[in-house]
Design a protein around this ligand. Structure first.
Ligand code: URA
Ligand code: CA
Length: 441
């Protein structure tokens, strides 16, 4: 077999065989196929597409390029949750403790933030002493003892994807459905959970800017999961504006804890309840979503969900004092209020732009070497559809660099579009994609 022929086949719109796909992934991962030939093949795939079978084969080959994580030593039905990325998306920190408090193991290998999106590990590391690097023994023990563990990858997961993703990033071949879906799912499926729930984001802060594209991506990922024998469902949710109010690491930890106590922003709680109730159904804990929501609300009202978060922090070495007294979490030197110069209603609040503001303040990474300022970020006091009067506080800027705060303040004035009330009421949840079809709400 020759890579030249594989490139030519795809260039000429032919379906690649399983053997051809395996040959490509194996030999690209081990360095025998150079980047220029891999780039040519990626571009041919970009233009001529892959079908369902090819996409599943590509995913399998990428899984097989590295290690897999065996979760069979963890008791119960393990359900994984994954978001395609967003701004202020604190859902994992809310859903995890909630479902764990209901007796379902929440075992998650998370990532770090890059660019305008945040990462769960960075958020957790804003708690003093919190360890995300656990070995397999500790990860399994914690999961069995307290039903929850959130850590970084313990193994070499899908190295082919790492290499290919870096190449796609610089060759304008990221935006292909099969390539995105196989990339995401290879990393999910390499970890042996029993079922997967995907939160596919739509809007200005997401990969997919419109609903049709998001549905197609969700379908492609659900098909892969199903083809691999893993029950997979996808929720389609709004990322036109940030989720919740807090954007920034320590600020989001605080927001998650408040939500677990029943005092968080409504949108964050609603999405967490939906995803959490689906998780409980997938784990056979309840018959339906309604029962699941009730169980989760009980866990919040009884304090069990908050106690579970504290257990998570304790088991992973974090400082419990900072959880019990949220004022002890990293705090920025300056808190600047951004006050509205106009009156009306918030028409839009571009999530990606808010994410970039948080990044400018030091809440995120420009590259993998950047050092994060855990205290930095933005708290949105007004969100889309809220009424605003002149002088009202739109947002708070939390920062240690006052010059940067001034720039961000100007930028936020531009990002907050204020005018007449929107005709259409915003939607938080657009629908659901399962192997049986798409249901739009
Ligand atoms: N996230 C991934 O992991 N892969 C992609 O291709 C796009 C987003
Ligand atoms: Ca948030």
């Amino acid at each position: 077999m020759r890579i030249y022929d594989i490139i030519k086949n795809k260039r000429d719109k032919r379906e690649l065989t399983t053997a051809e796909i395996e040959y490509f992934i194996e030999n690209y991962t081990n360095g025998k196929i150079p980047d220029y030939q891999a780039s040519a093949l990626l571009m041919a795939i970009y233009f001529n597409k892959m079908n369902k079978r090819e996409t599943l084969d590509l995913t399998k080959a990428m899984i097989n390029s590295g290690d897999t994580v065996d979760l069979s030593r963890i008791q119960g039905v393990k359900v994984d949750k994954h978001s395609t990325g967003g701004v202020g998306d604190t859902v994992t920190l809310v859903v995890g403790p909630m479902v764990a408090a209901c007796g379902v193991p929440f075992v998650k290998m998370s990532g770090r933030g890059l660019g305008h999106t945040g990462g769960t590990l960075d958020k957790l590391e804003s708690i003093r002493g919190f360890r995300v690097e656990l070995d397999e023994e500790e990860f399994i023990r914690n999961s069995n003892e307290i039903n929850i563990c959130i850590c970084s990858q313990t193994a070499n997961i899908a190295p082919a994807d790492k290499k290919l993703y870096a190449l796609r990033d610089v060759t304008a071949t990221v935006e292909d459905l099969s390539l995105i879906a196989s990339s995401v799912m290879s990393k999910k499926l390499a970890i042996g959970s029993n079922a997967i729930i995907l939160d596919v984001k739509i809007g200005s802060g997401a990969f997919m800017k419109d609903l049709d594209d998001a549905i197609q991506l969700a379908k492609a990922m659900v098909d892969i999961g199903d083809g691999y024998g893993r029950e997979t469902i996808a929720v389609l949710s709004n990322m036109d504006e940030p989720l919740g109010k807090a954007v920034g690491n320590a600020l989001e930890v605080k927001e998650a804890i408040e939500t677990l106590k029943g005092q968080g922003p409504e949108d964050l709680f609603e999405l967490s309840l939906l995803l959490g109730s689906k998780l409980l159904v997938l784990a056979n804990k309840v018959e339906n979503e309604e029962e699941g929501k009730k169980m989760l609300i009980d866990a919040v009202e009884s304090g069990a969900a908050y106690e579970k978060f504290k257990e998570l922090v304790k088991y992973q070495g974090g400082d419990l004092n900072q959880i019990e007294d949220l004022n002890l979490l990293p705090k920025a030197e300056h808190v600047i209020e951004v006050r509205s110069k106009k009156e009306g209603y918030v028409k839009s609040l571009n999530a990606e732009e808010v994410g970039k503001c948080a990044l400018m303040l030091g809440a995120g990474r420009e590259n993998m070497e950047s050092i994060i300022d855990y205290s930095a970020g933005i708290v949105l006091k007004k969100k889309v559809d809220d009424e605003v009067n002149k002088g009202d506080v739109l947002a708070e800027i939390h920062c240690n660099d006052i010059d940067m705060a001034k720039k961000v303040e100007e930028h936020l004035h531009e990002i907050y579009k204020i005018g007449a009330k929107n005709q259409e009421v915003k939607k938080l949840i657009y629908g659901l994609v399962t192997k049986d079809g798409t249901e739009l709400y």
